[in-house]
Ligand binder design. Structure first.
Ligand code: KG4
Length: 273
């Protein structure tokens, strides 16, 4: 089955053609205003929450697709959530951010440091010359023990630090970037591995724009190996927004018999789990 998928999120437009939901024949990402081409064929339209699902299906476009059940850590500019994917199309929410999304925190801290947008890649680059142990930014503790995430505390303490030490030299900016990144990675890795151990799930998928982050990929891989957990991470170009992942998720729903009429509307409050 050949499926054309179109993804239209706020910051780009993308289209892909997949064979059998797995083989990428075409996968292009373009800025919104550059694309006005008329498309024909099946368009698996997905509401905004199902975008999560798209990120998860990026992992099925690799040579080493995950087998259910698995945990999926979806970390992007808009989402930070941990799902238990028990079976195809069956999800339970394990934990999510109580404030900022992880990518949003990267973007806000990059702005505080005057590094530009998008924040993730520029912080990762700046951090390579910094010391991740230079500054201890506090990690939020959930008093109720939930597998939820929180990034606003780290962001606020970076903001205080920047104000207290301004004007910052290049070395200080690198140290802040490295220490901030280390704190975010620690929170994501710790919560994910704990949830995997608690639920007894032996496979984890890491996906979403922030999954392009090298130290996060390496940190989670190391902890996963330590606990006998298989980690599946799509290549960076499939982690950030793209239409191939949306087409992969759409193909599974098409195969399951789902169809959307043209009268379908967007539902921003739609939940995946
Ligand atoms: O999934 P995505 O492309 O789409 C949206 O959610 O819009 O994710 C974009 C987010 C941005 O916040 C960006 O700063 C972050 O992913 N990101 C990264 C990296 N590359 C992109 N964060 C950390 N490290 C990276 N290398």
């Amino acid at each position: 089955m050949l499926v054309l998928g179109i993804e239209t999120s706020c910051d780009e437009t993308a289209a892909a053609v997949l064979a059998d939901g797995r083989r990428i024949l075409s996968n292009v990402v373009a800025s919104q205003d550059a694309v006005h081409a008329p498309y024909g064929g099946v368009v698996p339209e997905l509401a905004s929450r199902r975008h999560l699902e798209g990120h998860i299906y990026a992992a099925f476009l690799t040579d080493d697709p995950p087998v259910h059940p698995f945990l999926a850590l979806v970390v992007s500019g808009g989402h930070t959530a941990l799902y238990h994917a028990r079976a195809p199309l069956a999800y339970a929410l394990v934990g999510q951010t109580r404030d900022d999304a992880a990518g949003e925190a990267f973007d806000k801290v990059a702005k505080l440091l005057g590094l530009g947008f998008p924040g993730g890649p520029v912080i990762e680059r700046t951090a390579t010359t910094g010391d991740p142990k230079a500054i201890t930014f506090p990690l939020a503790q959930m008093t109720d023990g939930a597998a939820d995430f929180s990034f606003s505390g780290i962001k606020t303490s970076v903001s205080f630090y920047v104000k207290r030490h301004a004007p910052l030299g290049e070395g200080q900016v690198a140290d802040i970037a490295a220490s901030f990144q280390a704190a975010v990675v620690k929170m994501l890795v710790r919560k994910t591995v704990r949830a995997a151990l608690r639920t007894g799930v032996k496979r984890v998928v890491l996906t979403g724009g922030v999954a392009a982050n090298g130290p996060l990929r390496a940190g989670l891989a190391a902890e996963a190996t330590l606990h006998g957990i298989r980690l599946h991470v799509p290549p960076p170009r499939l982690c950030t927004d793209n239409a191939a992942m949306i087409t992969a998720a759409g193909t599974v729903r098409l195969r399951a018999g789902e169809r959307a009429p043209l009268s379908m509307n967007a539902r921003p409050d739609m939940e995946l789990a």
